[in-house]
Design a protein around this ligand. Sequence first.
Ligand code: SAH
Length: 260
Amino acid sequence: MPAEHPAPGLFIVGIGPGRTEYLTVRAAHAIARAEYVIGNDSYLDSIGSLLEGKQVIRSSMGKEVERAKTAIELAQSHTVAMVSGGDAGVYGMAGIVLEVLEHSGAEIPVEIVPGVTAANAAASLVGSPLSGDFAVISLSDLLTPLEVIEKRLDAAFSVGIPVVLYNPRSHGRPHNFALAIEHARKYYPPTVPVAIVKNALREGQADPVIVTLGEIEHVMDDVDMHTTVIIGGSESRIWRMGNNVKGIITPRGYHRKYVY
Ligand code: SAH
């Protein structure tokens, strides 16, 4: 763990979904202590107010390995914060930084600061869809072969749990989302609710869309790389207040044990 500023070391910081009020106090401390802050453009932009007086190194998507190497090199003699959206350990920078560090043989203090990941950010806007067990699957086949993703989807849907889809649909691979829906339909009835949450808890947040698996074709175009999709599980249901659809409830099982 990096000691007092300016001791050399590396913070790997999850900065949450975007709005700074969802950044943890520890994450803000880590960034405040850092001499160098390194990350990709959109993440750095969202914490612009914390970067005054820092050496800022902007990187871009696809340059993760290079970014990891730069951070490790700098951290031999400086306090460095590598920032990553959401949680740095969930499809973020923590894994690749640790792999590169391990490979380099360098010994430096490292602290990983957890952040609110997109699954939690999105879920918070649509009730309580993830009350019990759930799975998180990325539909990006850049680093994972599509057939492996399909197997994982099948495994998750086959046990009836809610599935959170990250990286659901990009221009480069528009079909993966439709494919995931096909897999869901093998196991779930058309009544299972689905939430489409765009830009959760950050600039550009849209009203979440709640549909059923049976009707999802109508809203496919709403799904993009700024979106997290939550497909409910076999017990999930739409949550209404009066006549308004508010979100999704996945009962954890209290109704089987208590009367309320
Ligand atoms: N490390 C990040 C995830 C990076 S993968 C985290 O823990 O949240 C990028 C994907 O995450 C996006 O394609 C999208 O599916 C999801 N995502 C990240 N932030 C989001 C947000 N604020 N709102 C909705 N989805 C988000």
